[in-house]
Design a binder for this molecule. Structure first.
Ligand code: SAH
Length: 217
């Protein structure tokens, strides 16, 4: 019999698969276990929510694969005081993960339905340090200021120069860069006193970033 405090088997498998694939940051692993992914998927997919796969969400978009969420988060090297910008709220799952490891998260989504649902879900889960904005994240208003960390969770053809301008000294930006319907390279840019350092972190597959707000709901 498992002890009463042991997490359910599906969560244990989830942790195990993240560790096996190389996630070692304890804070990231704890966060991945704590954020209820089943609350971010459509009811029909709840049974598979703790499996390491991407799943469809509304508006033809996807909630990313947990390993990819954990890996991107680990590579962001979040500090508790960080101000984070996310482009591509989707389900709000990654924003919830970020919110537990940073001070503030501002997240943009170009589908109104997704933005509204994510906002509601995050509020219900008590993520008070996340602000979800319905809008094109690449059209960031001047008043939004600058960020310690920028995470783009939709594929971009090249590193967005206008977002790089918003990265603070010592900041980190992570984005999937490459063709919209193929594989992209996950790129990390670190702003150092000696200039920007770029590193390719591996191959990924994301839905494309599109400009403007979606005309469909
Ligand atoms: N981070 C999400 C998954 C992102 S899927 C999660 O945890 O569930 C990528 C999302 O980026 C989609 O919802 C898509 O609509 C959104 N997106 C694409 N282009 C965008 C843009 N220009 N501004 C804001 N959101 C955008």
């Amino acid at each position: 019999m498992p002890s009463p405090a042991a997490p359910p088997p599906e969560k244990m498998m989830f942790q195990l698969s993240l560790r096996r694939r190389g996630i070692s940051d304890q804070a990231v692993l704890r966060t991945m276990e704590a954020v209820p992914r089943d609350q971010f998927v459509d009811p029909g997919y709840r049974d598979g929510a703790w499996r390491d796969t991407a799943l469809p969400i509304a508006c033809g978009q996807t909630i990313s694969q947990p390993f990819v969420v954990a890996f991107m988060t680990e590579q962001l090297e979040l500090r508790p005081r960080d101000r984070v910008l996310e482009i591509g709220t989707g389900s709000g799952y990654h924003a919830a993960v970020l919110s537990r490891l940073a001070a503030d998260v501002l997240s943009f989504e170009r589908f109104k339905t997704l933005a509204d649902r994510a906002r509601k879900r995050l509020a219900e889960l008590g993520c008070r340090n996340v602000e979800v904005v319905f809008g094109d994240g690449f059209d960031l208003p001047e008043t939004a200021g600058t960020f310690d960390r920028i995470l783009i969770t939709a594929a971009v053809p090249e590193l967005p120069a206008r977002l790089l301008e918003r990265l603070d000294p010592g900041g980190v930006l992570i984005a999937p860069v490459g063709p919209p319907n193929g594989r992209q390279t996950l790129l990390r840019v670190r702003r150092t006193p000696n200039g920007d350092e770029h590193k390719a972190l591996g191959e990924v597959r994301f839905v494309p970033a599109l400009r403007g707000i979606a005309r469909e709901l």
